[in-house]
Design a protein around this ligand. Structure first.
Ligand SMILES: *Cc1c(COP(=O)(O)O)cnc(C)c1O
Length: 413
């Protein structure tokens, strides 16, 4: 542990064995409990990102540990030639939390991208192929989901992509309405854009999306991969009257927080007409609805409900937002519940996130000037306010480090 080459050791091993797509991580983590994780040197961090909005019940939550342990030691995997109780129960629970109408159904997959791939296949069954998405959107990295994703830098190296996708400017209701025509199969959007920096659409936007799609018989697909399962202080973001404006979607996709750390995605078809678009044999996945993973998801949903966590998310989120807004270092706070964008007065989000890590906090520099906070949904107000109190010192040390680096650069040139 006192070996100065220790870091270099695992980092070079990492680089020697893992594809370079993620860059080289800065810490090797060995343990997690509650809202904390520990690295291999024993340093503890408050996890304010939770594996990118995934560890909804924090780390090593007994409800998930028990559900997974019991299921894997009873019946681990079966294939979809057979059914399992956890799969049926989880789908049932999801449909009731979604308040989905009669005839609604769930397709399980293993990730957010796959949840969106299934949604995309549903939209193709309308007989149309034009898809309208929004600039700044992120829908995943597989070829179909990538075509829906806005960032050109993600898409360009892999062109040609799935054709027929158009991206309309963010927040421009008229542009959205103009883009949706008789050839449009669907509008696909995130109720709150996560990767774009935790951005909310302007008031009226979701209503416009619903009206425009309904008028031409197109589907409205809501990507709740990041916002779903309690993250925004409602079970699903579209159920927040301010975000969802009371619209009823045709398809909702979920993943991230649903499994509490186990890999699961879900595509929900609202009503029998949408359910009927995918017939037997038209889609599938070996791991779809795997008993262990759905047992974990069921444990997550049951625990969130039994412990009133979703209401707590709303309260703790509001407290954090108010406290952050009181800091001179913070220009604005965006988002909802415990999905927060912290716009820094002096930018430098990357340097601030690095300084936060040094100070024992895991946060994400989601844009050049904004941090994303997506802590476990069970985080307490006190834990989160501890970070808010530490933030001015963290920002100051990031600025000192930036000045030192600048001076060194100037000295070298
Ligand atoms: C993360 C994310 C995805 C992709 O999920 P993966 O599990 O990484 O494939 C899709 N949509 C949204 C909104 C996301 O935040």
């Amino acid at each position: 542990m006192s070996d100065p080459d220790h870091h270099a050791d695992w980092q070079s091993e990492y680089r020697g064995a893992l594809m370079p797509v993620f860059g080289t991580p800065q810490r090797l983590l060995v343990k997690g409990e509650g809202c904390h994780v520990w690295d291999e040197t024993g340093t503890r961090y408050l996890d304010l990102l939770s594996g990118i909005a995934v560890n909804s019940l924090g780390h090593a939550h007994p409800a998930i540990v028990e559900a997974v342990t019991e299921q894997i030691s009873t019946l681990g995997h079966i294939s979809n030639f057979f059914a399992s109780r956890p799969q049926i129960e989880t789908a049932d629970t999801l449909l009731s939390l979604l308040k989905a109408p009669e005839g609604s159904t769930v397709f399980f997959s293993n990730s957010g991208a796959e949840a969106n791939e299934a949604a995309l296949k549903i939209t193709r069954r309308t007989g149309r192929s034009k898809i309208v998405c929004v600039e700044g959107s992120f829908h995943g990295r597989t070829m179909g989901a990538l075509a829906l994703t806005s960032k050109a830098a993600y898409r360009a190296p892999f062109e040609p992509g799935v054709p027929g996708v158009v991206h309309v400017p963010f927040g421009d209701e008229a542009a959205l309405r103009a883009a949706v025509d008789a050839d449009t199969a669907a509008v696909i959007l995130e109720p709150v854009q996560g990767e774009a920096g935790v951005r909310r659409h302007p008031t009226g936007y979701l209503t416009a999306a619903r009206e425009a799609t309904s008028a031409v018989g197109a589907l409205l697909v809501l990507d709740e991969v990041q916002t779903g399962v309690g993250r925004t202080g409602h079970w699903f973001a579209f159920q927040d009257p301010e975000i969802g404006e009371g619209v009823s979607p045709d398809v909702v996709t979920l993943a991230k927080g649903l499994g509490g750390g186990m890999p699961i995605g879900a595509t929900v078809a609202f009503g029998s007409a949408v359910t009927g678009l995918l017939q037997a044999g038209q889609h599938g996945s070996t791991f779809s609805g795997n008993p262990v993973v759905t047992a974990a998801a069921h444990a997550v949903l049951k625990t969130l409900a039994a412990e009133g966590v979703v209401e707590q998310v709303s309260q703790v989120g509001t407290a954090a937002r108010n406290a952050l807004r009181g800091l001179a270092e913070v220009a604005d706070v965006t988002g909802a519940g415990l999905l927060l964008g912290v716009e820094l007065t002096d930018g430098r989000a990357k340097e601030v996130a690095a300084a936060a890590l040094e100070a024992g906090y895991i946060v994400n520099p989601v844009t050049a000037s904004r941090l994303r906070l997506a802590p476990p949904l069970i985080i307490t107000e006190e834990e989160l306010l501890g970070f808010v109190r530490a933030l001015p010192g963290i920002v100051a040390s990031a600025h000192r480090a930036a000045l030192t680096a600048q001076a060194a650069e100037e000295g070298a040139s």
